[in-house]
Design a protein around this ligand. Structure first.
Ligand code: AMP
Length: 206
């Protein structure tokens, strides 16, 4: 199954991506994680991306799209994937559709995690991640950067909701409540029974 997970910063995409992808037995591919790994490793890609990430801006499409194409060409993504944090612009979505079409594929579903903005700000300002055994705040989770990331989301990424709705791929998922409840809603939208570990993950485009 080929799935995109959309949603604003703080909606819980990373956490849900792990659970949903685990249940579908496909890799969860997070562009944010790939960028952060490259920043830590001080690669050329990381150095390019860091300036944009620190400012809460999007990394330019050409850099991001090339990176995702490479990742999707790896063997573990051949039979399916769950993309977390990509696409984030209409141009990225169009290029993803083209790359998949070249391979004779398409997306099965796009899940949009929906959370009110007030709740997002609350979650992001309290968010910490584990780095070298210590809980630290991501540089881009600082309050002023958070506000800018939400603006960038509204302007550049939110239009993807309508884009995917028009092609009949969108399922909106209310992303409040426990992690398990949200995962169960997402799985149902994919036609997978959350209670039954043996349900095959059939495309839910009916
Ligand atoms: P995330 O972990 O998904 O919140 O991503 C962290 C940061 O990485 C974003 O604020 C962007 O600077 C960059 N990033 C991640 N995914 C993309 C993307 N699809 N397009 C452009 N920039 C991205």
């Amino acid at each position: 199954m080929r799935v995109v997970l959309l949603g604003p910063p703080g909606a819980g995409k990373g956490t849900q991506a792990q659970f949903i992808a685990g249940r579908l037995a496909v890799p969860a591919i997070s562009t944010g994680d790939i960028f952060r790994a490259n920043v830590s490793g001080q690669t050329e890609l990381g150095l390019k991306a860091k300036v944009f990430m620190d400012a809460g801006d999007l990394v330019p499409d050409e850099v991001t799209v090339a990176m995702v194409k490479d990742r999707l060409a790896e063997p573990d993504a051949k039979a399916g994937f769950l993309l977390d944090g990509f696409p984030r612009t209409i141009a990225q979505a169009e290029q993803l559709a083209e790359s998949l079409a070249d391979l004779g594929h398409g997306l099965d579903r796009v899940l949009e995690l929906v959370v009110e903005e007030e709740e997002l700000v609350r979650r992001l300002s309290g968010r910490r991640m584990l780095v070298d055994g210590q809980m630290v705040q991501r540089d881009d989770d600082k309050p002023e950067t958070v506000r800018h990331r939400l603006e960038v989301y509204r302007e550049q990424t939110a239009p993807l909701s309508g884009f995917y709705e028009r092609v009949g791929l969108l399922s909106q998922i209310e992303a409040i409540g426990s992690v398990e409840e949200v995962t169960a809603r997402a799985l149902r939208a994919l036609g997978v029974d959350p209670e039954d570990p043996d349900t095959s993950a059939a495309p839910a485009d009916a």
